[in-house]
Ligand binder design. Structure first.
Ligand code: LLP
Length: 421
């Protein structure tokens, strides 16, 4: 459920007409709904109530400061994967003891930054990383709290580019070797082993792969405890999928996910962490764009928008589907046309949808891409020297630009000429 609904014939973001924002900031832009972000975060809180738990928002999905602060004020922690994300989380006021650090390639600099600034735990992904972290912590006179990410060799049944829990993926250590690796970690002077981490992939629409993975983690918890490790925290990662089409799509709800967590690991007495990204931010955002031209091809109509693949990469990168809706509500039974919906970027991959049936549209009309809050703005680039588009946050009847559109001068001024030119 989200808060982008038609009211009085016009698409609204909460109580604000989307066309009003377009008039104020120009197109294209992203708009996020505070009520939707809050609702989705709260669904996880409710799903895990009664369990000792922390929800660490996977901020890679949407990392604007205003969004982070909205969630942090509700009690969210953050899952960060780079020094930049760590700095953003801290700048948004997230205390270090609510930040977990994931990722296969943490550098010494990133480790130092997080150890000095405060960290809940590092989710360590390999033996070389473990050795490095121990050395860095020891040099700083500190101890690094760690979980070790295990790769449970479970098929997440999602898009290959976002599945992470099979043995062929680069993530974690094979669960079959976990006992040996935990023994090594326990012997390293700079580390304190606090738990186990697992994350098997993103946009999972079936709960069974989670159940299989978490059952393996529960077994491993018992085995490691029997060997003397104080396993007191389980980080179960993120990955719960969202409906992108609203038709015949019913991914499991946070409530079902919470029940499954209770069933698989609830009796271990561990603190539970989860790292949801998309389920909190995905349906909390729209990308709003304007039709520049409707162009008739040999056998098709092209809807040429001012938004492009550099603004929303998901269709080009994963063949992802995003619902596209007109900002003016179509009359019931209005004629539709099939459009290839494209952007202005100079490559054919700049296609959002092929043969999409939409109400008939003309130059100047506004359209909105739904479910664009997660992995939208954060994956944008300035390809074709198209400025990163503004982000807007709505709360009730108020809206604020939370990242302005840079000017061409600002973009150009970032380049520096060497002295010989
Ligand atoms: N934790 C870890 C360690 C992760 O790698 C990820 C996502 C998450 C949590 C959050 O997963 P979520 O709840 O959002 O599914 N760009 C792709 C998605 C990449 C996901 C990467 N890792 C897309 O647009 O579909």
């Amino acid at each position: 459920m989200d808060h982008f609904l038609y009211r009085d014939g016009a698409l609204h973001a909460e109580d604000v007409p989307v066309s009003e924002i377009a008039a104020a900031v120009g197109t294209p832009f992203y708009v996020y709904s505070t009520a939707t972000l809050t609702r989705h975060f709260q669904l996880f809180q409710d799903a895990l109530s009664g369990l000792d738990h922390t929800i660490c928002f996977a901020m890679k999905s949407l990392s604007n400061q205003a969004v982070l602060k909205t969630l942090a004020d509700l009690g969210a922690g953050m899952d960060v994967v780079s020094g930049g994300e760590y700095a953003r989380a801290v700048a948004a006021g997230v205390p270090g003891d609510r930040i977990v650090f994931s990722g296969v390639g943490k550098t010494r600099e990133e480790m130092t930054q997080a150890l000095q600034g405060g960290i809940r735990q590092f989710n360590v992904e390999s033996e070389p990383e473990m050795e490095t972290l121990s050395a860095v912590a020891t040099e700083l006179g500190r101890t690094a709290p760690i979980t070790i990410r295990v790769n449970p060799d479970v098929d997440a049944k999602t898009h290959a580019k976002i599945a992470t829990g099979k043995s062929e993926n680069k993530f974690g250590i094979p669960i079959s070797r976990a006992r040996e690796v935990y023994a090594r970690a326990a012997a390293l002077p700079g580390l304190e082993v606090v738990g186990i981490d697992v994350h098997i992939g993103s946009q999972l629409t079936d709960i069974e792969p989670f159940r299989t993975a978490f059952t393996k983690v529960a077994d491993l918890t018992r085995a490691l405890r029997a060997e003397g490790h104080d396993i007191r925290r389980l980080d179960l990662g993120g990955g719960l999928g969202i409906p992108y089409t609203r038709v015949n799509e019913a991914p499991p709800l946070p409530f079902d996910y919470g029940a499954m967590i209770r069933e698989t690991v609830g009796d271990l007495g561990c603190e539970i962490e989860i790292e949801p990204g998309r389920l909190i931010s995905g349906n909390a955002g729209l990308l709003v764009s304007r039709v520049i031209y409707v162009k008739s091809g040999e056998d098709r109509e092209f809807l040429i928008l001012d938004g492009a693949m550099n603004d929303l990469l998901r269709p080009a990168m994963y063949d992802a589907h995003h619902d596209i809706v007109p900002v003016v509500e179509p009359a019931p039974g209005a004629d539709t046309s099939a459009y290839d919906v494209v952007g202005p970027v100079c490559e054919s991959g700049d296609t959002f949808a092929k043969g999409r049936h939409l109400p008939q549209l003309g130059a100047g009309d506004l359209v909105a891409f739904r479910s664009a809050g997660a992995y939208g703005a954060v994956m944008a680039s300035e390809y074709n020297t198209r400025p990163l588009i503004p982000e807007v946050l709505v709360k009730g009847d108020q809206f604020a630009v939370i990242r302005p559109r840079p000017t061409f001068d600002e973009i150009i001024a970032r380049d520096k000429l060497p002295e010989w030119l």
